[in-house]
Write a protein that binds this ligand. Structure first.
Ligand SMILES: [Zn+2]
Length: 208
């Protein structure tokens, strides 16, 4: 009698196992009916700053400027802008503004550079293309990651430097984001030769 019960329980367990297995297979099959589209595919990059698209107002990619003709004043640069600038709002001057990695990759460099104050350079692969990303006008001390360490997409890199201080090399408080093609480090914010722009990518074409 007890043997029969054990056999019945065994059969019940086996049937339950197959029922669960077949329902899981059905769920997997339904996914095949809905392949990934651009709408549900994870975007290639993340915004470098909250509300990024509302901030690209003054110096877009490739704009030609000179001290006499610039959207900002005073202006000390001239040439074709190799990146895009993301502005801060008036109420953001005295608070920390976080800057985030737009992609996943190693930090190559963090340093003080003329024209930027603090700058971070990161290498990434986006859409099978090698790029280096330049984050300019950051408070250098706020960059916790060290060179050769990986920064993940969306991870905080640091905060923006204080306006008109050495942290920004006396610029307004804003993010300069440059994306250079290839693995070479080139942090040039402006180029005098328009043809050189072909070695740079308009950040807005990558940021969604
Ligand atoms: Zn800039």
């Amino acid at each position: 009698m007890s043997k029969k019960i054990i056999i019945l329980i065994f059969i019940a367990l086996i049937s339950a196992f197959f029922i669960i297995l077949s329902s899981r297979t059905k769920i997997q099959n339904t996914n095949i009916l809905y392949p990934q589209t651009s709408a549900n595919r994870e975007s290639l990059t993340k915004e470098p700053i909250d509300n990024a698209l509302a901030r690209t107002t003054k110096k877009p990619f490739a704009i030609k400027i000179s001290p006499n003709n610039s959207p900002v004043s005073p202006e000390k640069f001239s040439g074709y802008h190799t990146g895009a600038d993301f502005e801060t709002f008036l109420n953001e001057q005295e608070i920390d503004i976080n800057i985030f990695a737009i992609c996943t990759g190693k930090l190559l460099q963090k340093k003080y550079a003329t024209g930027y104050g603090g700058v971070a350079v990161q290498e990434c692969q986006v859409d099978n293309q090698d790029i280096t990303v330049i984050y300019g006008h950051l408070k250098l001390d706020s960059i916790a990651t060290n060179p050769n360490q990986i920064i993940n997409k969306g991870q905080k890199i640091g905060i923006l430097g204080q306006e008109y201080s050495s942290e920004t090399d006396n610029e307004r408080k804003h993010l300069h984001l440059g994306i250079h093609k290839g693995k070479d480090i080139n942090i040039l914010g402006y180029t005098q030769d328009k043809d050189e722009l072909k070695n740079w990518i308009n950040p807005l074409t990558l940021i969604k």
